[in-house]
Design a binder for this molecule. Structure first.
Ligand code: VNL
Length: 391
């Protein structure tokens, strides 16, 4: 061998060693597909930080396997999600796919999960029907019906009679509109108007003018994580807060990632959700402190905790299978798994593969000079009501 080729061999060996795609037999690759750029980049950033924190705290070894977390940016485009999912299962032999920032992205990966018999752990997207699109989908985020129905119940119990709903016009928004509206009307409330705003380049001002004309007791809102700031600022600019219109919604609009940016405009907003950085438990205090230490200037939101729990689910499943990382074995181990998350007690419903969790009613308040969603009521062990009605 010449000196030149031997240098090349050394370089090649170094390259192979550094490549997670060619990791040894003992490795288990988790392919995490996220929007790291584009309008939902904040979701990608939170999710990546949540998953990496789990790895940092628990190490990369479980049940004799070495975990390799491969994070890929789909830019929020479904065709890219699908290509990345294909690539991860075919070339990287990923044992599980994880992430998916928006409903269309989670749906794009579903046929790949089914065909490759690899669990698709949905840690962000929250349209109820997603888990029906592949028997290999498991979810650690939430569903919009899970949060919207309890919000309607709270409104009914607290003197709210007339509501305008405003939702982003795609899967989760349609779910939120339906489950808030039907629950509210069944309890005797009136939906004055149902407004849907486009997902792309949202400008809520014209819709909020209609709300001002309708003069409801409250506006119920769903916008995906990352869009709350635009909405809340326009709500206040229209003077709707001063006109006495209450702001209620699912917790996506007062997302912990955006609260500081929204500022005092968020004060008093009442929302229902599964996670607040202010959740008062030892597990959450430890989680928030470790997250903030590892990610200067960031506060974990519901996306971060769902990714953290997604990793937790993989580790627990591998422990249960004693290191068997085949898709069907992992999936079987995940069904029925229960643990204590920073958000509270959770389990994976073995029938629907959706997460069962507490839903908290919270109000935005200032504590120690910062805005938080302060939980004041708990609805325990909520199953996704969309699927509960079918089973
Ligand atoms: C979705 C649902 C996305 C809730 C979100 O933030 C969210 C979705 C990006 O299913 O697309 O807060």
């Amino acid at each position: 061998m010449t000196a030149r080729t031997s240098t090349l061999c050394v370089a090649l060996a170094a390259l192979l060693a550094a490549s997670p795609a060619l990791a040894d037999d003992n490795s288990v690759t988790i392919g995490m597909i996220l929007p790291m750029t584009g309008p939902s980049a904040s979701t990608g950033k939170q999710e990546k930080a949540g998953a990496e924190l789990y790895l940092q705290q628990h190490g990369d070894t479980v049940a004799g396997k070495t975990i390799v977390l491969a994070v890929k940016d789909d830019t929020g485009a479904a065709d890219v999600t699908k290509r990345l999912a294909q690539d991860l299962v075919a070339n990287d032999h990923a044992a599980a796919l994880m992430g998916f920032g928006l409903t269309p992205l989670a749906l794009a990966a579903a046929p790949i999960a089914t065909e490759a018999k690899v669990p698709e752990i949905v840690t962000a997207a929250a349209t109820a029907s997603i888990t029906e699109k592949s028997p290999f989908i498991v979810r650690t985020s939430f569903t919009l019906p899970q949060a919207s129905a309890p919000m309607a119940q709270w409104a009914l119990n607290n003197g709210v009679k007339k509501v305008v709903t405003i939702v982003t016009d795609y899967g989760p928004g349609v779910d939120a509109e339906k489950w808030f509206g039907e629950t509210f009307e069944k309890g005797g409330g009136t939906i004055v108007e149902r407004i849907r705003a486009p997902l792309k380049n949202p400008d809520f001002a014209p819709f909020l003018q209609r709300v001002a004309d309708d003069k409801p007791d409250a506006v119920f809102v769903f916008v995906p994580s990352g869009f709350g700031s635009v909405f809340m600022k326009q709500f206040v600019e229209r003077g709707l807060d001063k006109a006495g219109v209450k702001l209620i919604g699912t917790g996506d609009v007062t997302d912990d990632d955006q609260l500081a940016d929204i500022g005092d405009a968020a004060l008093g907003a009442v929302t229902a959700h599964h996670y607040s950085a202010a959740h008062d438990s030892p597990e959450n205090k430890a989680f928030v402190a470790a997250f903030e230490k590892a990610n200067a200037g960031m506060r974990p939101n519901f996306m971060a905790v769902a990714a953290y729990d997604g990793m937790d689910l993989v580790y627990r499943a591998l422990e249960k299978t004693k290191g068997d990382a085949s898709g069907p074995a992992l999936l079987a181990a995940m069904k029925g798994m229960s643990w204590t998350s920073p958000r509270g007690p959770v389990s994976i419903d073995p029938e629907t593969r959706d997460i069962v969790q507490n839903i908290y009613v919270r109000k935005v308040e200032k504590t120690d000079g910062a805005l938080y969603n302060v939980e004041f009521a708990t609805i325990p062990d909520v199953k996704d009501p969309y699927k509960a009605g079918k089973h």
